[in-house]
Design a protein around this ligand. Sequence first.
Ligand code: 5GP
Length: 186
Amino acid sequence: MSAKVFVITGPSGVGKGTLIKRLLERVPDLALSVSATTRSPREGERDGVDYHFLTEEQFQERKAAKDFLEFASYSGNHYGTLNSELERCLEKGRSVVLEIEVQGAQQVRQSKPDSVQIFIAPPDPAVLRERLTGRGTDSAEAIDKRLKVAEQELGAQDDFDHRIVNDDLDQAADELESIVRTATCG
Ligand code: 5GP
């Protein structure tokens, strides 16, 4: 099995987190890269597990030190993948999943052209608002911001190697697993 980098992108509310959780259960050899962010932790999120939560100053320091493989601003906060996260996993021969937004995905496409890029799309953009509202983690204002970004993200989906429509969760999880298994075993 060759170690690969999988980039999984899709608009907020599309169900990336759930699909990735399923993927990691089904393919236990995969590692999930823990991103850095300046966003505040949501209830239940743990530092070092869900994200490395950094202050603006810490984030800028890491950026100046060229510690990031990629970084982007999203909805008023900074997010980035630390090179150290990736190296830690790849050195052990494990494939890595990056759950990142489109600007970051573009940067990884440039620096790691052999990464496998997957876009998760909603069956209908209207479900994004329903899911974000139902999740209850963001204010109405934050949801509106995320939906604006989602419109741009949906416009970039053709740049990805694979596109999965998350209509039926089981079917989408099967498709994702199949893409990952084909890339790592092929
Ligand atoms: P959330 O605030 O909902 O956790 O994440 C907001 C967006 O930032 C999501 O689209 C998520 O995929 C993206 N994101 C999370 N980590 C990173 C990262 O390290 N780099 C980039 N470019 N985007 C990220």
